[in-house]
Design a protein around this ligand. Structure first.
Ligand SMILES: [Zn+2]
Length: 278
């Protein structure tokens, strides 16, 4: 590894580990603990490379599971202490953990405050959009592979949307009752794809606005409308609320255009962060 790359990795790991607090709630041997810590630290570094430091301690809890997947289940912890509880099967290899999207998804959730169950489409859409950005930042997914995954997930969600006369935001409660979680998540992700497209056309990006939000305004909980107002203000535009209004009005699944590899191009945010941490 080149020296610059090594120094970057080292500083990113330091940045992340400063705010990560690990808790092993079940029995794990020393090697498993190290592997799990390394896995989450790397993912946290990817998130922070995109949006900057969390600015608060992130508590990571591990429970033991037996599963065909390395991470069968995880959820965010949104009390006074913010964090994630991972249910993991440590018998899986390091590379299977790296290829799993769960940690990228869950850690992304923590960039934004808890907006409540009624608006879970927003939180889940956000984390679903971010998960492949983070995996790309960590070198787990190429830009082309990330774009392919976005398009597959969007196509699936669009095919499974059963309310063509109703706007997506009019039926999110129904989708939850239908247990149509993938449709709910990826309809939400379409919102962030659309927002990010507009921001990039203006020379900014979603991660740039998120970085500003983490620096100034991150709370543990927020009403969706006030969060959207904050994001509008930080973006110097009304793209977050305009897109929200459009999603409330337009019937059918969000008509988001297919994405290409440029969706994960984050050079500006990454290089700004590199300058700051080195
Ligand atoms: Zn989630």
């Amino acid at each position: 590894m080149r020296l610059a790359g090594y120094l970057l990795l080292l500083s990113l790991l330091n940045t992340a580990s400063a705010s990560l607090q690990f808790h092993f709630d079940d029995q794990f041997d020393a090697e498993q603990r190290d592997q799990l810590k390394g896995w989450v630290s790397e993912v946290a570094s990817g998130v922070e490379a995109l949006v900057g430091e969390f600015g608060f301690d992130v508590h990571i809890h591990f429970r033991r599971a037996r599963s065909r997947e390395p991470v069968p289940w995880a959820n965010t912890l949104r009390g006074r202490r913010q964090g994630i509880r991972f249910h993991v099967d440590p018998r899986h290899s390091e590379s299977r953990f790296r290829d799993d999207w769960t940690a990228s998804h869950e850690l992304s959730h923590l960039v934004l405050p808890y907006v409540g169950r009624r608006d879970s489409w927003f939180a889940e859409g956000f984390a679903s959009y971010m998960q492949y950005q983070v995996m790309h930042a960590n070198g787990v997914l190429s830009a082309d592979a990330a774009a392919r995954r976005y398009n597959e997930r969007l196509d699936n969600a669009r095919r499974n949307y059963r309310y063509p006369r109703q706007p997506f935001l009019a039926v999110t409660g129904q989708l939850r009752r239908d247990r149509a979680y993938r449709t709910l998540y990826w309809g939400g992700a379409a919102y962030f794809i659309d927002v990010d497209r507009v921001l990039r056309a203006q020379g900014s990006s979603l991660v740039t606005v998120l970085g500003a939000y983490l620096d100034c305004c991150r709370r543990n909980t927020a009403e969706l409308d006030s969060l959207v107002a904050d994001l509008d203000r930080l973006s110097g535009s009304s793209v977050f609320s305009d897109t929200l209004h459009r999603y409330r009005r337009t019937p059918g699944f969000p008509p988001t255009e297919p994405v290409n590899a440029s969706i994960v191009a984050q050079q500006d945010a990454t290089s700004a962060h590199r300058i700051r941490i080195e």
